[in-house]
Design a protein around this ligand. Sequence first.
Ligand SMILES: Cc1cc2nc3c(=O)[nH]c(=O)nc-3n(C[C@H](O)[C@H](O)[C@H](O)COP(=O)(O)O)c2cc1C
Length: 165
Amino acid sequence: MTTVVIYHSKYGSTKRYAKFIADALGADLKDTEEASKLDFADFEIVVLGAHLMGFAACPPMKKFLKSNKKYLIGKKIAAFLVGGTPPQLIDRNALIEKSFPEEIRRRIGAFAYYRGAMDYSRMSFGDKLVMRIASIVMPDKAKIEKFDAVKKENIKDFVAVVKKL
Ligand SMILES: Cc1cc2nc3c(=O)[nH]c(=O)nc-3n(C[C@H](O)[C@H](O)[C@H](O)COP(=O)(O)O)c2cc1C
């Protein structure tokens, strides 16, 4: 079965997960920009991966979904989201609802949430500002420290489910 992993990553952690998953599935790997030129007829399964902003998939992924909804509706869909929040604090249903349009949501047969990475020293001025404001509203120190929680072994369960779609 032919599979493509389509992702958007700003600082690289979602890209690292996308690559682990594509390698494990023997799938093609495209970012949302490259994927806008894809011939979707070539693929049976589409794996979508995005980092979180405002507890939803990032705007470039939302834009991609809006523009390509008609091609995705006929596919088996799997999705993963990457954020700074530890997985045990994530409301997965709320995240899926805020991230994917209804027609795509209904087709999601495999879902995973992973904790990504954050490094203030590498962030744009605007992103730093957003994170500073967020840390005032939600004073959870874990959110503002530098961390890297990306691990290849995290993808195992998700990949096993995608293989059975
Ligand atoms: C401006 C901004 C907003 C973010 N919003 C959220 C959020 O709402 N929830 C969350 O869990 N993580 C949030 N994060 C953390 C990122 O999702 C996390 O660092 C992720 O690993 C980044 O992925 P990337 O390395 O692929 O860009 C935010 C980060 C930035 C810079």
